[in-house]
Design a protein around this ligand. Sequence first.
Ligand SMILES: Nc1ncnc2c1ncn2[C@@H]1O[C@H](COP(=O)(O)OP(=O)(O)OP(=O)(O)O)[C@@H](O)[C@H]1O
Length: 302
Amino acid sequence: MTMISVNELHKRYDGKYVVNGISLQLQPGKCVALLGPNGAGKTTTLRMLSGLIRPTSGSIQFDGLSDTKDIRHHIGYLPQYPAFHNWMTGREFLVYVGQLAKLSKSEASKRANELLSLVGIFDAGDQRVKKYSGGMRQRLGIAQALIHNPKLLLLDEPVSALDPIGRREVLTLMDSLKEHTTLLFSTHILNDAEEICDELFVMHQGKMLESGSINDLRNKHRLDKIIIKFEGELDQHKTIIEQLNPVKRVEIVKEHLEIYVDDLPRGRTEILNLIQEKSWPLTKFEFAQTTLEDMFMRMVNK
Ligand SMILES: Nc1ncnc2c1ncn2[C@@H]1O[C@H](COP(=O)(O)OP(=O)(O)OP(=O)(O)O)[C@@H](O)[C@H]1O
């Protein structure tokens, strides 16, 4: 069964498509990261999924429902920059949000207690929000998003603004929430995605570049490379190496040549033969593999 199914979603601002035809499916019980550099269109996508803004075109189906009004009851959303009433205590804030979500005062109060303990700030429940650390504020933000017991939790860059301690606290909390709800969160840091998720959507310039399990994507982007270094100029050597058959691409990185090959044994033999034939003054010859990180960094730096 699919929890949310998105087809050819577009959003246009000022004549420009900032989300440009993305399709995705989210299964219940999963934790999925929406990964992309700044400006990729992650926030816009999450806001469309949460029903806060309307798509220019395309469809979003939630559990078979097609009306965006219905969707909102099932979705909890934490914006990138959540706003709190700083003069309230954490508990007062959650009771207030609970009442906005149409809970009675006593239900809201019970729910506030449950959530304060779920997100690990029960002891700080009677402190004013203005005294909270960044990590505590995000945890309160997550509690707020869970107030109506949503089936799907959307978190927009929940750890990006936090220091390492806050980041750790919130990632640990998110990891534990996976048992209760389906989780989709945006980030521009692959490590965060890998730490708690099994699946990735990779966005860039409004498009979905990749999607799938982190393991599958790792295997897909694993390419062998040979790193070599010579004394002297590299440009000429690069051009000659590029002519070899097993060589797919050559890059100059920090005075090294990085040679991507699709057949490592053949690539190694042909490159070594060439070096010998030309008597190039070799100072380094090393093997490595590209990773998902490399793919992401190349994409971001394009
Ligand atoms: N309301 C708006 N009006 C005009 N342009 C917008 C609006 N909202 C977003 N954009 C533009 O859409 C593009 C995508 O923005 P979005 O915030 O969705 O990206 P993002 O991947 O979440 O990036 P970030 O991590 O920086 O928030 C950006 O170029 C942004 O300037």
